[in-house]
Ligand binder design. Structure first.
Ligand SMILES: Cc1cc2nc3c(=O)[nH]c(=O)nc-3n(C[C@H](O)[C@H](O)[C@H](O)COP(=O)(O)OP(=O)(O)OC[C@H]3O[C@@H](n4cnc5c(N)ncnc54)[C@H](O)[C@@H]3O)c2cc1C
Length: 456
């Protein structure tokens, strides 16, 4: 799809086993019941559940590139129960009961994705091995204990998340310098592009149309305008996440953040004999600039770094920023020094959507539905969004329609230059905090300042 080394499709799309030749674009004006803008997980899950709920609905997915080309086909493959807003933040804003309901809906979502893959024959390499979050200093261990206590205060049980002493943690994954870890079973590793592309095929099989290479310029109640024609629809769904700003008038809802990932060559059996990682748990540490990783089905490590850059509109989100590459390469070695010798087979980048208050949202108002603001936690959340939007659109409500994120109103961002400066400052401060903690072993004051300054 993309032979340009500066704009690679990335490992996942390259290995998804699907034909990436674009489907035909919108042929001209169309009329449907539901027009879905964006062919990522949000759009595709919405199309899937709508088509299942009412097979008579005429559904069109309109995608600028190809289905799965955005973050959905280029992420870390953590299908987790995490939300961008942690349970304490949800509880502070919406009350403890609402936070617990949301958390349980997310636990269930991780299972639901596995069920659909099974039922629809999507081989997304789904394995529910849980997540290991590791500490390699006493400071990180304190941070993990604090997280654990906070989640237990909100009703998580020891089954949902527990502390592992170093020996037990090492039996799962032997990370260098491990002093403890937490483990939760509520996460699966997936091959994200296999999931996105497989889902697109299932959606088509259910009768929905997918138009690719069709960029939407404007949306309004009942109407989607593209260069190729106008789609009239009873409901318009906006599922553009990091590229929400590409549609006129929606630019200040979500800020695009640009992040990079890489994948090693397949590692030899001796590496996994030494390290373990038998259950394909997803893995991260808890430094201010954290590493996240998964063991792929073919024994590579796919990994990324919790640092990004606000994304200026003029830069293509798939562009590899040269200065991002070295820290990414260095980062895996801090957990597994042996990987310094490993070849990096693919590096790529993508974009995520950040709301002003760091809350995700889903809703339907005046004929326009939306979902997004997942930040780095959209793989599962987009499935919950798809089911929720289906309820809102068909009017068949369950408890999903009453979760706290439904109808949540985002405060608009400041004008782009200001928003980018602010978010850029946050990422720079996190990098400083990371460097200070690494050299002193003590918490950086920068984090305290950020904690007070950021929305919670
Ligand atoms: C490097 C990286 C790592 C990540 N890791 C994880 C992880 O491990 N776990 C996790 O939960 N989340 C992760 N995320 C976030 C997750 O991938 C996203 O939250 C999720 O995929 C968002 O899905 P979406 O459908 O809302 O958006 P997208 O997948 O971005 O889909 C939006 C689609 O809209 C299309 N589009 C854009 N503009 C237009 C337009 N004008 N007209 C028509 N179509 C348009 C795009 O081409 C794209 O296909 C990561 C993201 C990245 C980039």
């Amino acid at each position: 799809m993309s032979p340009d080394r500066r704009h690679p499709a990335g490992f996942w799309l390259d290995t998804c086993g699907d034909d990436l030749t674009p489907r035909p674009p919108l042929p001209g004006d169309e009329t449907v019941d539901v027009a879905i803008v964006g062919g990522g997980f949000t759009g595709l899950w919405t199309a899937y559940y709508l088509a299942k709920a009412d097979p008579t609905l005429r559904i069109a997915v309109i995608e600028k590139e190809i289905a799965g080309w955005g973050a959905s086909g280029r992420n870390g493959g953590w299908c987790s129960a995490d939300l961008v807003s942690p349970p304490e933040a949800l509880a502070a804003r919406y009350g403890a009961d609402a936070a617990v309901s949301m958390q349980h809906a997310m636990f269930e979502t991780v299972l639901e994705i596995g069920r659909v893959c099974e039922a629809e024959g999507i081989d997304a390499h789904y394995v529910r091995g849980g997540t290991l979050k590791v500490a390699t200093t006493s400071l990180e261990a304190e941070r993990l204990h604090a997280d654990l206590e906070a989640s237990h205060r909100l009703g998580w049980t020891a089954e949902d998340r527990r502390w592992l002493e170093p020996e037990e943690a090492r039996q799962r994954i032997d990370v260098r310098g491990l002093v403890g870890a937490t483990y939760t079973p509520h996460c699966a590793a997936v091959h994200p592009a296999r999931l996105a592309r497989g889902l697109a095929r299932v959606v088509e099989g259910l009768g929905a149309q997918i138009f690719e290479r069709t960029a939407v310029r404007a949306i309004a109640p009942g109407r989607v305008r593209t260069e190729e024609g106008t789609v009239r629809a009873g409901v318009v769904v906006r599922g553009l996440e990091g590229e929400t700003g590409s549609v006129r008038g929606h630019g200040r809802l979500l800020l695009a953040v640009h992040i990079h990932m890489g994948v090693t060559e397949p590692l030899p059996p001796a590496f996994f004999d030494a390290v373990g990682w038998r259950e394909r748990e997803t893995l991260s540490d808890v430094r201010p600039v954290f590493v996240y990783a998964q063991r792929t089905r073919d024994d590579r490590i796919a990994f990324g770094l919790g640092r990004g850059h606000p994304h200026p509109g003029w830069l293509t989100p798939t562009y590899i920023v040269p200065t991002a590459v070295r820290p990414l390469r260095a980062t895996l070695a801090r957990l597994f020094p042996w990987t310094r010798r490993a070849r990096i087979d693919s590096l790529w980048s993508g974009y995520i959507g950040m709301s002003r208050d760091w809350f995700p949202s889903v809703g339907l108002r005046d004929g326009i539905a939306w979902a997004g603001g997942y930040f780095g936690d959209g793989v599962s959340t987009a499935n919950l969004a798809g089911r929720t939007l289906t309820e809102l659109i068909t009017g068949r409500e369950t408890e999903l329609s009453h979760l706290p994120w439904v109808g949540h109103r985002w405060q608009p961002w400041e004008p782009q230059a200001l928003a980018m400066a602010g978010v850029g400052g946050i990422f720079t401060a996190l990098r400083w905090a990371d460097a200070i903690e690494a050299s002193t072993g003590r918490p950086s004051r920068v984090l305290g300042v950020l904690d007070r300054a950021l929305p919670s």
